[in-house]
Ligand binder design. Structure first.
Ligand code: MN3
Length: 204
């Protein structure tokens, strides 16, 4: 069975950038529902229920066709939100240093360019989805955006940071102003966590 991870901080910890009520609804209802729907869809398939979530969503061809779309959407939702909570911190923001900071300079020129490109990707994603910085097969940092709960993980790639641009992530505080939410979100990005994920990706 898949389980809902605890938030690594309090609901109000990311205020004023992400408000308490949004965080609570997002974690306790939206993410919890993805986990419940995923477990329901895989009921009776103990081999699939015992996989880790990344392995499961990289192997959707092994999931019975009748529930494959449900598993894609809810499994993706579980994976994405699990990463998203880790990807933020009340001590976040600023710019990454170390390996990741150097890689950003090499692959984007500077941090400002990365920030601008990821923000654009999030702003331009039509409807619901995510924008990502991920490591490609040549170990380069790239930017993409995905619809619904799709993720670079489904292509066997490693996301380093991701921003949820579904309306449920921001509507209470920012209404239709997605770009204001994205701007605010940069203040809570957990670069320490991102740096650890990047170092692991280089070793894979
Ligand atoms: Mn969400």
């Amino acid at each position: 069975m898949f389980t809902l991870p605890d938030l690594p901080y309090e609901f109000k910890a990311l205020d004023p950038y992400l408000d308490e009520r949004t965080m609570q609804l997002h974690h306790d209802f939206h993410h919890a529902t993805y986990v419940k729907n995923l477990n329901d869809a895989l009921s009776g398939h103990n081999d699939l229920l015992s996989m880790d979530i990344s392995t499961l969503i990289q192997n959707l061809d092994k999931v019975p066709e009748a529930v494959r779309t449900k598993v894609r959407n809810n499994g993706g939702g579980h994976a994405n939100h699990s990463l998203f909570w880790q990807n933020m911190s009340p001590n976040g923001g600023g710019e990454p240093s170390g390996n990741l900071g150097e890689a950003i300079q090499n692959d984007f020129g500077d941090f400002k360019s990365l920030k601008q490109q990821l923000s654009e990707a999030g702003k331009n994603r039509f409807g619901s989805g995510w924008a990502w910085v991920y490591v490609d097969n040549d170990k380069k940092l790239k930017i993409s955006d995905t619809p619904n709960q799709d993720t670079p993980v489904m292509e066997g790639l490693t996301p380093i940071i991701g921003i949820d641009v579904w309306e449920h992530a921001y509507y209470l505080k920012y209404q239709n102003r997605r770009i204001d939410y994205i701007e605010a979100w940069w203040n809570v990005v957990n670069w320490e966590d991102a740096g650890i994920r990047y170092s692991k990706a280089l070793q894979e």
